[in-house]
Design a protein around this ligand. Structure first.
Ligand code: MAN
Length: 543
């Protein structure tokens, strides 16, 4: 077998195709550049220098050299490699183990010279296809590079515009700052008299209210006096006080003579003015107006009617006269108030809550026109209007200043971003590019953020915010890194690496998640196209 292989390998050497005028004779599996190591007239020295063997032991299917260099055309050496010339396409090395293994690896079929595999030489076809692809790529690169020049021009212009805008904004800012300052001074100047005039008005109103309150108190006292003075003799006496059990002080429910006398300040009777001045203040919190007590007393109900009303407390009518659903079990519309009442009922176990009759009861008076502070006088109003105007002008100026400051802030931020060696990537700032997969819509907003949103609804997840250029030293602008996105459950925060390629269009070509919460995007842009260097895109066929 070894002899046969040796003969075939030698045949390979001798019968090397001669149909090409520039074909150079060399042992099977040897590249053109290595052929001078294989001089058939001399013994062969392994390429690592480890051994020298007679030349006829080259390709004899027996591995002599550690580096496998004596068997370039057989599979005898485990670490050897076989060179296919692949005329018409691209030469390549394959591991020796693939020589004569029945599978066509080399497009020129030379790796299968003794396996019986019927290989077809496809080098020309493959070469043609590759040439076409390369040509297309070259065309794209050429067009992309042309576009890139435009982008660079545009970026230059836009940067200059922005710098000019920034200068203008800074001037505007100074003007607004001065304006804000002076409007603030104006505002403060007119707010002072406004405040003073308002205070005067308020004080006068407080005084009026105080007088009214006093009068009301007096009136109430005199009304009470009348109520207490049952015999209308112009005095409230001990016995008259005793008719008001709520004035009981020792809690036995009865106002004793002593207690009544004490209520009257230690005397047996008081006239209206001493009642107003000394007595009323001491009892007004306890006192229950007879008129009110009367209005709270439920009407007498005949016994059978009372039975009909079941457990309904009899005094219910005074409080909930529009709430009688218990009577007939329905038919009445419930309004919102009803519901509130029901809730209350649940709160205290369904018991009707009687008004706490131990508390004083004077119905709360609604605010009337009389209780409202009267409108300001003309002069004060004029001061308020002037101050209001000054406040508005000041806050408008402040707003404008804020707007200018914000514009300056965002312009300055934009001008500090590294948009590539010639600003070629600037055009994609403020743009977003999307790509939809089965599950998500991915969004890349260069120099800003990357996000992911479920296709069928749901909120956006941040896959990172603009971090930095992340290509290797020699090609820094070939990749972008977006970091500090939404935290990954029990993992790091999401981040995305965007790999750039040259293309006529600006588009996200693919998205993937090579490891959980670490995303990868392929992104094409003309800004990444390079000028084609000499010799690029041409054939490198070795003949
Ligand atoms: C979401 C998406 C996925 C991610 C998981 C991690 O479903 O952001 O891309 O892998 O969360 O829990």
């Amino acid at each position: 077998m070894a002899v046969l292989m040796s003969m075939l390998a030698t045949l390979g050497l001798l019968l090397f195709p001669l149909n090409s005028a520039v074909e150079v004779k060399r042992p099977q599996g040897v590249s053109l550049s290595n052929r001078h190591f294989y001089d058939e007239t001399k013994p062969f020295t392994c390429l690592d220098g480890s051994k020298t063997i007679p030349f006829d032991e080259v390709n004899d299917d027996y591995c002599d050299c550690k580096d496998g260099s004596d068997e370039p055309g057989t599979s005898a050496c485990p670490n050897g490699s076989f060179h296919c010339t692949n005329a018409g396409h691209r030469p390549r090395y394959i591991p020796s183990s693939r020589v004569n293994d029945g599978i066509c690896d080399c497009c020129d079929t030379t790796d299968e010279y003794n396996s019986g595999a019927s290989c077809e030489n496809t080098c020309k076809e493959q070469g043609r296809k590759e040439k076409e692809t390369l040509q297309k790529m070259a065309e794209i690169a050429k067009e992309g590079f042309r576009l890139k020049q435009q982008l660079i021009e545009e970026a230059k212009r836009s940067r200059e515009d922005k710098q000019q805008t920034l200068t203008e904004l800074q001037k505007k800012k100074e003007i607004w700052e001065a304006q804000v300052e002076s409007l603030k001074a104006v505002k403060e100047a007119v707010e002072k008299p406004e405040q003073e005039a308002k205070e005067i008005h308020k004080k006068a109103w407080d005084e009026v209210q105080a007088v009214r309150k006093l009068e009301k108190e007096k009136a109430k006292a005199s009304e009470t006096f009348k109520e207490l003075d049952d015999n209308e003799d112009g005095f409230v006496s001990i016995s008259e006080v005793q008719t008001h059990p709520e004035l009981d002080s020792d809690g036995d429910g009865v106002v004793s003579e002593q207690e009544a006398e004490s209520v009257l300040g230690g005397v047996s009777q008081v006239d209206v003015s001493s009642f107003q001045e000394t007595i009323w203040a001491g009892i007004q919190d306890k006192y229950k107006s007879e008129a009110v007590i009367e209005s709270l007393t439920p009407p007498e109900i005949p016994v059978d009617e009372a039975e009909d009303s079941h457990s309904k407390p009899q005094h219910e009518e005074w409080r909930k006269d529009d709430h009688d659903e218990d009577d007939d079990g329905g038919g009445e519309e419930h309004d919102d108030d009803d519901e509130e009442d029901e809730e209350e009922e649940e709160d205290d176990g369904g018991e009707e809550d009687y008004k706490d009759q131990s508390a004083p009861y004077f119905p709360e008076k609604q605010d009337t026109e009389e209780d409202k502070m009267p409108a300001y006088d003309e002069e004060t109003q004029a001061l308020i209007d002037a101050a209001e105007k000054a406040r508005n002008e000041f806050s408008e100026a402040e707003k404008s200043l804020k707007e200018v400051e914000n514009s300056i802030g965002s312009l300055e931020k934009e001008l500090t971003i590294d948009f590539g060696a010639d600003g070629e990537f600037a055009y994609m700032f403020n743009q977003c590019y999307e790509m939809t997969t089965n599950e998500y819509i991915y969004k890349l907003c260069p120099f800003n953020k990357v996000a992911q949103k479920p296709k069928h609804g749901g909120s956006e997840t941040s896959l990172g915010l603009w971090g930095s250029w992340a290509g290797p030293e020699s090609n820094r602008f070939s990749a972008m890194k977006y970091e500090h996105g939404t935290g990954c459950w029990q993992g790091p925060s999401r981040s995305t690496l965007v790999k750039l390629s040259c293309g006529k269009e600006t588009a996200v070509l693919s998205t993937s998640e090579p490891s959980r919460c670490e995303y990868l995007m392929e992104f094409s842009t003309p800004a990444f196209c390079q000028e084609e260097r000499d010799g690029e895109g041409t054939d490198h066929d070795e003949l």
